[in-house]
Ligand binder design. Structure first.
Ligand code: MN
Length: 250
């Protein structure tokens, strides 16, 4: 297969670019990163409909879970305190439900998944893990994890786990990354392992344990935004290339 078809998750913009009607919104950087590696990016609208998800998976080779608003914490912490809940800026209505469906069905079919930022957190929750609802108050530390003004720059290092596939693909032990996240992984899902962490211990990348990978296929999650780094930091290209290769050969 020459051109793997990649479904890219989107959010809903209340006002479209060409008409003042609710519209699909997805940052172009994701689509460009897929295209630059020879893939064909197709945007998937938010439609929490099992039939649609199943049919869409029938005609694609991989899933890119994009960044976006916070996941509703009551999905993993029913008694979440109101003060933490008040710090959340949620994703578009229906997006959590839709993407949980998509993750579960994709893993059942061994469709490769690259999960970025919100996607990284969502995969952990879908597999039984939890999140810090508000990282600055629940886990204050010396590393700044949310800086939108410098979202195209590497602002903190991550240390790659030496025995991880992620480190093998990156061919290095340390990467500089951008950071625009409000939440982070708290308890890691049992089937995942840490592939990289920030100097303060915040989990910045995960993958399946080797046993789980044999059962469920290729999955890589990252807390940072590699698609925004490609122009100034081309060393981040490896992640998209490895993902597209997994999509071609599954
Ligand atoms: Mn970070």
């Amino acid at each position: 297969m020459k051109h793997p078809i990649i479904l890219v998750t989107s959010s809903t913009a209340e006002i479209g670019a060409e008409f003042p009607d609710p519209s699909v919104s997805v940052a172009h950087n994701y689509l460009d990163a897929i295209r630059a590696g020879g893939g064909i990016p197709l945007c998937l609208p938010i439609m929490p409909d099992a039939d649609l998800v199943s049919g869409a998976l029938d005609c694609c080779d991989g899933i890119l879970l994009t960044g976006g608003g916070d996941i509703n914490p009551t999905l993993y912490w029913p008694e979440v305190p109101g003060t933490l809940l008040a710090t959340c800026e949620f994703g578009s209505p229906g997006r959590d439900e839709m993407e949980f469906m998509l993750i579960r069905s994709a893993l059942d079919r061994r469709v490769p998944i690259l999960a970025i930022c919100r996607g990284h957190q969502l995969v952990n929750v879908a597999l039984g893990g939890t999140l810090y609802v508000d990282l600055p108050t629940q886990r204050p530390g010396e590393v700044l994890h949310c800086d939108y003004d410098r979202r195209f720059e590497a602002i903190h290092d991550i240390h790659l786990a030496p025995d991880s596939r992620f480190a093998r693909l990156a061919e290095r032990e340390i990467l500089g990354v951008n950071s625009t996240h409000h939440q982070a992984i708290e308890r890691l899902a049992s089937v995942l392992r840490v592939a990289a962490a920030a100097p303060d211990g915040v989990i910045e990348a995960t993958e399946f344990t080797p046993e789980e990978q044999a059962r469920r296929g290729w999955l890589q999650t990252v807390q940072y935004h590699p698609e925004r780094l490609l122009r100034n930091h081309p060393e981040h290209r490896f992640l998209f290339d490895a993902f597209l290769e997994a999509c071609k050969t599954r």
